[in-house]
Design a protein around this ligand. Structure first.
Ligand code: SAM
Length: 374
């Protein structure tokens, strides 16, 4: 019998898609094959360093993040933890994969420095401005109304996924900016335990993950969340036809997430399809129209209103009213305009009808498409 080392065993194993893995995220990620996931979304412990309880002016207790999973002995311990999970995440990320990490002022600067130390290439930092932040009860500091997300590719020059057009479409045709105003998770979306209390102190809104997954993944991609909590990443990934792998150490959170995921319906492929970048159309010189006999040298072309006309020459140029040049130059000169799109300006006559010469270019492009490998 041949003995396989742990790495070879991991590489041979299929990915545990659409499952929640129970345990420590470093150990769990180390058991997955390297270069196997497309995107990592990490919402690590914040290291809030809360000292004592926080109360509102009416003396009611604020439900803050004081759970044991957020306790570290100091910055050194937190940095060591960050180094470990990030290195494990980096190993399993595909070369063209990317990572998003969300954090607050307590941890995000330390996380950002470590991303750069490990060779990730920061693409953007996004400010999630909370439309409905928790007020500052003591009045001693500014209301903390945002969190920061860092988006980084595995390395400089990696071909990471960015669905520019889809995000623009999500933003009503305007380029998506790096400041996102979205409400924190409240109301029906906020998961509750049997006593009606919040099931998790830091459940993220689905709107945030929706934007991230639309913008930086494609249907069928594998998205891993090493700090799964209530499974927000998994819920949105499932809905949008992406695969997820969640890792969570706490059993209570895993149970909440499992129930939540069972309720999510995967959208059908029509609903998931996103706006793609317009493919650059191949350039067709007007000369080709002439060479191929679609228009004969000597044939007359007309402007739409027939005010101007020009003759086609054998070299693919036009001559009209003593002006010679390309279809664009002659059109511009006759109109006295700084520029002109000759393809839409010029028309030829067939059976009494005016037909734009662009039809001939489209015909050539369609033939090119047919001969391209599909
Ligand atoms: C900030 S919360 C994530 C919340 C999640 N994004 C959501 O929307 O519900 C961090 C989570 O990481 C888990 N966690 C902390 N350390 C972990 C570790 N070493 N391995 C696995 N899970 C861990 C905690 O139990 C907690 O649920």
């Amino acid at each position: 019998m041949t003995r396989l080392d742990s790495k070879t065993r991991a590489a041979a194993r299929p990915l545990p898609l659409n499952q929640i893995l129970a345990g420590d995220c470093v150990e769990m990620m180390n058991a997955l094959p390297e270069n196997s996931v497309d995107l990592i979304f990490a919402d690590p412990p914040y290291n809030l360093q809360l000292k004592g309880e926080l109360h509102r002016p009416d003396n009611s207790r604020v439900d803050a993040v004081d759970d044991h999973w957020d306790q570290f002995s100091g910055f050194a311990a937190y940095d060591q933890f960050t180094r470990a999970w990030m290195a494990a995440a980096r190993r399993i990320l595909k070369p063209d994969g990317a990572i998003w990490v969300i954090g607050s002022y307590h941890n995000i600067f330390r996380v950002g420095a470590e991303l750069q130390n490990q060779g990730f290439w920061i693409l953007n930092d996004v400010v999630w401005r909370k439309a409905n932040p928790m007020p500052n009860f003591r009045g001693k500091r500014l209301t903390n109304a945002h969190e920061t997300m860092i988006w980084a590719s595995k390395s400089e020059g990696a071909k990471y996924t960015f669905n520019y057009e889809a995000l623009k479409s999500l933003n009503e045709g305007v380029q998506m900016r790096s400041d996102w105003v979205l409400p924190i998770c409240t109301g029906g979306e906020r998961l509750k335990d049997a006593e009606g209390a919040k099931a998790h102190p830091t459940q993220k809104p689905e709107s945030l993950l929706h934007r991230i997954l639309i913008g930086s993944t494609n249907p069928g991609d594998v998205v891993l969340d090493p700090f799964f909590g209530t499974g927000t990443t998994g819920a949105v990934a499932k809905m949008l036809g992406r695969n997820f792998i969640g890792i969570e150490r706490e059993e209570a959170y895993r149970e909440v997430a499992e129930k939540r995921l069972a309720r999510v319906r995967r959208l059908d492929s029509d609903a998931i399809a996103t706006t793609k970048a317009k493919r650059a159309e191949p350039r067709v010189p007007f000369g080709q129209v002439v060479e191929r006999g679609m228009l004969r040298p000597g044939e007359e072309l007309y402007s739409m209103n027939s005010r101007h006309k020009a003759k086609v020459r054998a070299d693919g140029s036009l001559i009209g009213n003593d002006v010679k040049g390309s279809i664009h130059q002659v059109g511009a000169a006759l109109e006295g305009a700084p520029s002109c799109n000759g393809w839409t300006y010029w028309h030829f006559r067939r059976e009494g009808k005016m037909i734009p010469i662009d039809i001939l270019r489209q015909q050539i492009r369609a033939e090119m498409d047919d001969t391209r490998p599909h």
